[in-house]
Design a protein around this ligand. Structure first.
Ligand code: GYE
Length: 335
């Protein structure tokens, strides 16, 4: 850590200690306060701007980042939840710059609109690591590295499965519940399905609407679709939480999901999602791995050692279907 950064982190830590003591109304304990400041002296300070807490995937991702960037591991994490708003992320990044953190980690809401604030980080000499969704910037040197999933490949897996599954069907009526519009996860998964619809003459897109990656919105979208359409074969949900909401809406309308009813397709493979696959409610769940903490840590360690890092790193992923999943497969997974 640079000298200036050390001084800053010591200052921030002491300000935060004072703040916490004051807020908590705890008795003044200068002893522990001093110990904290001393302890954080050698820590690498990471400012992490997280999208929000919209889904189970996001919760697992936050947990992975928090447990990785712990004091025991040599880090001080400044965590900011942007509540799905880009403006909050821009404010958080500016705060991180002001605090002169060692690294900024950004899980961006959408792909565009980052040039200005990333230029500010670059001017301040703070490396930015992008995680999960991607950013589109005019100059790639505005960030150091990106690690995340290949969302288009995830979508292609789902489309291929549908092509195999429904090859003999004369007409396949599909409801498409999209993720947050403009996020890489939405773009990749949507592009794959759109191309599938173009390619397969028997595929009929009944509705295409965003469920914002939340259970509540997924349910709302499905409820309104069901009011207008009784003949639905497939619901392609862009994450597990939307699928949970859609399933609730389908069942509340007196219909069934799964083998003898509406086929639900999803992404993420969270534990709750896979339990629904095992129960036969979700027919296919395409993996999207949220455990990015150690991956970002590896990048930071390399940078600290003065080593080169890969600009773009995709995570290997799989898929689970209700015909072949077992309890053991779920049990041996980390999330
Ligand atoms: O699929 C969804 C979350 O960007 C991969 O965001 C992430 C997506 C994930 O809200 O559950």
């Amino acid at each position: 850590m640079k000298m200036k950064q050390r001084l800053w982190s010591a200052l921030i830590a002491s300000v935060m200690c004072l703040g916490l003591t004051a807020c908590g109304g705890a008795p003044a304990d200068t002893g522990s306060g001093t110990a904290d400041v001393g302890g954080s002296d050698d820590l690498i300070v990471v400012g992490f701007s997280q999208v929000g807490a919209e889904s189970d995937w996001r919760t697992a991702n936050t947990e992975s980042m928090k447990s990785t960037f712990s004091e025991e591991n040599g880090y001080k994490l400044i965590f900011d939840d942007a509540q799905q708003k880009q403006e909050n992320q821009i404010t958080a990044i500016r705060n991180f710059i002001q605090q002169d953190v060692d690294y900024i980690v950004l899980a961006p809401t959408g792909e565009t609109g980052w040039d200005t604030v990333l230029q500010e980080a670059k001017n301040a000499g703070i490396p930015v690591i992008i995680v999960d969704r991607q950013v589109q910037v005019s100059d790639d040197s505005l960030y150091t590295a990106w690690v995340g999933s290949d969302f288009r490949a995830e979508g292609d897996k789902a489309v291929k499965w549908m092509e195999e599954q429904f090859a003999d069907k004369d007409q396949l009526n599909i409801v498409h519940i999209q993720g947050t519009i403009g996020s890489s996860a939405q773009i990749g998964r949507t592009d794959a399905l759109n191309e599938g619809v173009e390619k397969n003459a028997n595929w009929n897109l009944v509705a295409q609407q965003s469920g914002e990656f939340t259970q509540a919105k997924g349910q709302e979208v499905m409820e309104s679709v069901l009011k207008q359409n009784s003949d639905i074969d497939v619901v392609y949900c862009e994450n597990d939480n939307e699928a949970f909401g859609a399933i609730d809406a389908i069942e509340a309308a007196g219909k069934t999901v799964g083998k003898d009813g509406i086929t639900v397709i999803s992404f993420d493979t969270t534990r709750a999602g896979l339990n629904d696959v095992l129960a036969g409610k979700i027919s296919l769940d395409v993996e999207c791995n949220p455990l990015h903490g150690p991956r970002v840590q590896e990048i930071i360690e390399k940078l600290e050692a003065g080593e080169e890092v890969e600009k773009t790193a995709y995570v290997d992923e799989t898929q689970f279907d209700s015909e072949t999943i077992t309890q053991e497969m779920i049990d041996e997974r980390a999330y």
